[in-house]
Design a protein around this ligand. Structure first.
Ligand SMILES: [Zn+2]
Length: 169
């Protein structure tokens, strides 16, 4: 087929496909910075900071461990989340939803160790099937505060790779 463009497609499992059909990367949806000001894939965990629905001064630290799917949610003062039952809580759901919006479902699913990418937050959480496992919120919250420091730095024309999570607009 002369003149037909050929596209290289990298599959999530590391394979390479040749295709005559373009496979554009899905555009990430917009994140809600108000609900989830911080989310990252770091140190074998998906973790983030989620605003409380009821109090402006309270935030929750939610996380899911890759591989085991174990999860935890507590306030930044280490009070356990009251909504945390078997299968997670609404904060964990919001965090995963925003992680999908930022990184895409494939990257989040792959990072957490799922064999097949799941399209929705609860699909990912359900597929992982982990249990509650306490992690100190301070560990994650300190990283969030570090990132916030960048926001307060004077404006610079130099790009800051550490700020890549901060999607605006
Ligand atoms: Zn929670």
């Amino acid at each position: 087929m002369l003149g037909a463009p050929e596209y290289t497609v990298f599959t999530p499992t590391g394979g390479v496909l040749r295709s005559f059909v373009p496979h554009p990367r899905p555009q990430p949806e917009k994140r809600s910075l108000q609900k989830v000001p911080f989310v990252e894939l770091f140190d074998g965990r998906l973790q983030g900071v989620v605003s409380s629905g009821s109090s402006a001064t309270r935030v929750y630290v939610s996380l899911i461990e890759a591989g085991t799917g174990n999860y935890y949610c507590s306030t930044n003062n280490n009070r356990p989340c009251g909504g945390l039952g078997g299968g997670g809580c609404k904060h964990i759901g919001e965090m995963v939803k925003n992680a999908i919006a930022q990184y895409g479902q494939e990257r989040v699913s792959r990072y957490l160790g799922l064999p097949e990418p799941q399209a929705t937050a609860w699909g990912i959480i359900g597929q992982l099937g982990g249990g509650k496992n306490k992690v100190e919120a301070g560990e994650v919250f300190a990283r969030f505060l570090d990132y916030l420091r960048y926001v307060e730095l004077p404006a610079s024309t130099q790009p800051r790779p550490e700020m890549a999570w901060f999607v605006t607009g």
